[in-house]
Design a protein around this ligand. Structure first.
Ligand SMILES: NC(=O)N[C@@H](CC(=O)O)C(=O)O
Length: 447
């Protein structure tokens, strides 16, 4: 049974408000919020002058476990996650072997139960071969979040972009269809063109032209068309273009939306101006695009056409990254610094603290129907993060927790710091120290 913890006098950022109050954590849950006197055995934490957020819920990570654990694993990356204030995550199906069956999905829950410091859930992947199995499975009853990761433009096992497969999926799938939205044919044509001009060593500044706005827009438009035709529940992962933001609505509450989307923090943080400085280190799929796209994404986040912020934490070793364009793996690690980046935008006057809590805590829980998570409410799981908005520090090799040991943000100075992170009422991260053997839980779905 976890010890009672009393967080005194912090500024709670929750449900559109900031309020100073005490918060009592007991038996894994938030027992009380208000003015609370400590009992003799309580662990008391002075939160005066600090901000308390609901734990960050990251709706899209690649923790590489099983099968690519030379890059990352559920222990190392969940450790980095809690340092970044993340208390729950949903992991993608492109592990090895790919998560294409319930058996594979259950294996991942088993591994996480022994390794993950944060709460966890896993997407089930869909391709042309496992579609019948996915359709037969009652995805609404899956342990944890019941989503299907349908990948457009994933070569190999996770590509599901032929028209019949897609029609069948959208017509029959009972849960959220989450897609990586880029049209493979367009990307391939562009790749060929640039390969003819440059061989293997295409300058990375052409990445957003190869993985173009057109490739993204046409795939997203096609998916929305199918979702509307069949009344399916669609979620577009990591949006990257200003053009696509206009395909989404903000005139109805999230619970009523059948079509939702998210932005990953690197697409808000970087733009094509950064390719010269960072090269292939910021080669991501979909690509980081122009400054206009970056600004358009932030605007759509603020006016609620974009519902969530995720990291798409996609670690690779430096050796796997630092190669000529076509061999360099796409993706980079971000989960440790997502909240820092968003709080830095707050520092720059671009977004309110309440909006950050909405997009990183409340909305992921609402969208994926997570049971009693995402808010600071009595009776909810005590997933919390305490931050200092008046502390400066710089990202450097010696404070990066990722197994791959690097970050595209090295050298960046943040004016905010995560101090403590609580997962299910346990103080899992405490200013440089970890409760290494305190594992998270499988995230339950609301009935
Ligand atoms: N986002 C990325 O650039 N990379 C992802 C895979 C993917 O989503 O393309 C990865 O797993 O490395």
């Amino acid at each position: 049974m976890n010890q009672r913890i009393l967080i005194k006098g912090s500024t709670i950022v929750n449900e559109g408000k900031t309020v100073i109050a005490d918060v009592l954590l007991s038996e894994g849950r938030i027992a009380k919020i208000g003015k609370i006197e400590a009992e003799p055995d309580d662990k008391v934490i002075d939160g005066t002058g600090k901000h308390l957020f609901p734990g960050i819920i990251d709706g899209q990570v690649h923790f590489r476990d099983p099968g690519a654990t030379h890059k990352a694993d559920l222990h190392t990356e969940s450790k980095a996650a809690v340092v970044g204030g993340v208390t729950s995550f949903i992991d993608m199906p492109n592990t090895i072997p790919n998560t294409l069956t319930m058996e594979r999905l259950n294996e991942k829950y088993e591994i996480a139960s022994k390794k993950s410091l944060a709460n966890y859930s896993f997407f089930l992947g869909v391709n042309g071969d496992n579609l019948d199995e996915v359709i037969k499975t009652d995805t609404t009853k899956l342990m944890g979040v019941s989503d299907d990761g349908l990948y457009f433009t994933k070569k190999g096992n996770l590509l599901a972009d032929n028209p019949e497969t897609m029609e069948k999926l959208f017509a029959n799938c009972k849960s959220i269809i989450a897609i990586h939205s880029e049209k493979e044919q367009i990307v391939e044509q562009n790749e060929e063109k640039y390969r003819e001009m440059y061989g293997d060593d295409v300058p990375v500044k052409f990445h957003p032209i190869i993985r173009s706005t057109q490739a993204c827009y046409e795939a997203t438009e096609r998916a929305i068309g199918l979702a509307e035709k069949h009344g399916a529940r669609l979620h577009i992962l990591h949006l990257t273009t200003e053009a696509e933001t206009h395909l989404f609505r903000n005139d109805i509450p999230l619970e009523e939306k059948k079509i939702t989307t998210e932005v990953s923090v690197h697409h808000l943080w970087f733009s094509d101006e950064d390719y010269e400085r960072l090269g292939v280190l910021i080669k991501w799929n979909p690509a980081i695009k122009t400054k206009k796209d970056k600004e358009g994404l932030l605007q759509a986040l603020l006016d609620d056409r974009i519902d969530l912020i995720t990291t798409d934490h996609a670690p690779h070793t430096l050796e796997e990254k630092q190669k000529p364009y076509f061999q360099s793996m796409s993706g980079a690690p971000m989960v440790q610094h997502t909240l820092n980046c968003m709080l830095e935008f707050h520092h720059q006057g671009k977004i309110s603290l309440e909006k950050i809590a909405e997009k990183m805590c409340h909305n992921p829980a609402r969208l994926y129907r997570m049971y009693k998570r995402g808010y600071i409410r009595e009776g909810y799981y005590a997933d919390l993060t305490l931050v200092d908005l008046n502390q400066s520090w710089t990202v450097a090799k010696d404070n990066i927790l990722y197994k791959c040991g690097w970050s595209p943000l090295e050298g960046t100075t943040f004016h905010n710091k995560v101090l403590k992170t609580f997962v299910n009422g346990n103080l899992v991260y405490d200013e440089g120290n970890f409760a290494e053997d305190t594992f998270g839980m499988a995230i339950e779905v609301e009935a």
